[in-house]
Design a protein. Structure first.
Length: 157
């Protein structure tokens, strides 16, 4: 089973956050940036599925060069490979624009399952899974705490 897990680098929720007055977003320059904690849960679930089913876990992120730190964390947790989409033209893009970039990247990958964390701790919008499912024409399961796969069918007990 080939699983892709979407991950995001975010400012550490335990550190002080400030707003960028030019972009009206959380200032990332100089912040302690980390792999989104909620994405770590999705990655751990993917790794458990891989252990049970076999296959490969790929992490996918969109972001600046510094997002490589989040990728390294995901790889150290056990992901097999990573894809990092970086382009200055998408800097500061909204969730809808980011979903288009992620969907385009996913269209270049072979996968059986895509996992996302419930939300990013920097925006708490919780929309990326639904946006991607719509763009990719795939079913979506939200709020799952556990996932089992049997015969190619995923279930949340």
């Amino acid at each position: 089973m080939n699983i892709v897990v979407l991950v995001k680098q975010v400012p550490d929720s335990g550190s002080e956050r400030t707003l960028d007055p030019q972009e009206f977003t959380v200032a990332r320059a100089g912040a302690d940036n980390v792999l989104n904690e909620i994405d770590e849960y999705a990655l751990e679930e993917a790794l458990q599925l891989k252990e049970a089913q076999g296959g490969q876990v790929t992490i996918l992120t969109v972001g600046p060069d510094s997002a490589a730190d989040a990728i390294r964390k995901g790889l150290s947790m056990g992901a097999d490979r990573a894809v990092h989409v970086t382009d200055e033209a998408i800097h500061g893009s909204c969730a809808v624009q980011t979903s288009a970039v992620l969907a385009a990247a996913l269209s270049q990958l072979e996968y059986d399952l895509v996992l996302c964390g419930a939300e990013a701790t920097d925006s708490q919008m919780s929309v990326m899974p639904a946006l991607l499912a719509e763009r990719l024409g795939l079913p979506q399961l939200s709020g799952a705490r556990r996932l089992t796969v049997d015969g190619g069918v995923g279930r949340s007990p």
